[in-house]
Design a protein around this ligand. Structure first.
Ligand SMILES: [Mn+2]
Length: 329
């Protein structure tokens, strides 16, 4: 039996399905969970989505109000099938891991190349832009036509995992988006809700950080910071500052953008982004952090000036290497 047939059979024979996703869930995690939930609703199959702390940005998605949140207090014995979506390894399940392990029948649907194939059946296609894209293949194989509720969730997952269709898109991605759009959902509204709508105080916070922005190393490095008092005065959370590092990164001369955030405990949390060649994960790991080539972070107990100097020293090494390379060409 093929993986798709196997998945179909397990779902069709299950009585009660638990849908789980990873910690700090993004649009694809919440979108794929709720797309599946709405698909099961359509075929009158009982399912529960449990996400301890879902991002409220996605509260417009159909079924969001039905998500079991917080500690959940769910009993594994109430379910005969668990499906994890957008989860690359078991530990990413966070506090929902115990439930997943207690349920005898498990399916994993994902698109991370690092996926550990930890479930009984694993559908992992790492070429796909998103878990939602993979989910559409599964739904098609189950002959579940996409309705508006499912479409809004699937669109959200593909939209956010491609950064607004900027990367990871393959021709199939756009074909699936076409299928989604044929349901007649308002894609403009979803895009605006996710990417454009902000609040007055978040905009004021951006203003403060932009005011403090400075360019260093022949304008190749952008540096700015946020203080605890900024968040207190504007009644915001740290998560409200997620986009600020990009103001520096998107300046035409900049290669690396640094954003330091003062935390409750007085330490600074540092986010770095690069554009073309600096590997910021190398720099972050020198300070006990980590991440990806173009996006990484670390923590520091140093003062703002010390942080700036220490990071600059490391960045300079990579800028110099690149300059040497260019001169050789
Ligand atoms: Mn994803």
């Amino acid at each position: 039996m093929s993986v798709l047939e196997n998945i179909k059979e397990r779902i069709m024979t299950a009585n009660s399905i638990l849908i789980l996703t990873h910690e700090n869930p993004d649009g694809d995690a919440i979108g794929s969970s709720l797309a599946l939930y709405n698909a099961f609703k359509k075929i009158e199959k009982k399912s529960v989505v449990y996400i301890p702390c879902p991002d409220k940005t996605y509260k417009f998605l159909p079924g969001f109000e039905d998500i079991v949140m917080g500690e959940g207090n769910l009993d594994a014995s109430e379910f005969d099938l668990a499906i994890s979506v957008d989860v690359s390894d078991l530990n990413r399940l966070g506090i929902t891991l115990d439930l997943f392990e207690e349920i005898e029948n498990t399916i994993c649907i994902d698109h991370h190349i690092t996926n550990q194939n930890f479930a009984d059946i694993n559908y992992v296609n790492a070429v796909a832009s998103s878990t939602c894209e993979n989910l559409m293949v599964i739904l098609a194989s189950m002959e579940i036509a996409i309705n508006k509720e499912m479409a809004e969730c699937l669109y959200t997952g593909i939209l956010t995992d491609t950064g607004g269709f900027r990367y990871s898109c393959q021709p199939e991605t756009m074909e699936m988006v076409a299928t989604i759009m044929e349901t007649g959902i308002n894609t403009n509204r979803i895009y605006r809700t996710i990417y454009d709508v902000t609040t007055f105080n978040k905009t004021k916070l951006c203003g403060r950080c932009i005011d403090r922005l400075e360019l260093l190393e022949e304008d190749k490095v952008a540096f700015t910071y946020m203080l605890k008092s900024d968040l207190d005065e504007l009644q915001l959370d740290e998560s409200d500052s997620d986009q600020i590092v990009y103001f520096g990164r998107d300046i035409d001369t900049v290669e690396v953008s640094i954003f330091a955030k003062e935390r409750e405990d007085g330490l600074y949390k540092i986010s770095m982004r690069s554009n073309d060649f600096v590997d910021v994960s190398v720099i972050a790991s020198k300070f006990g952090g980590g991440g990806h080539v173009r996006a990484a972070g670390c923590e520091s107990a140093m003062t703002l000036d010390q942080i700036k100097q220490a990071l600059l020293e490391e960045i300079k090494k990579q800028l110099k290497q690149e300059k040497n390379k260019e001169e050789q060409v």
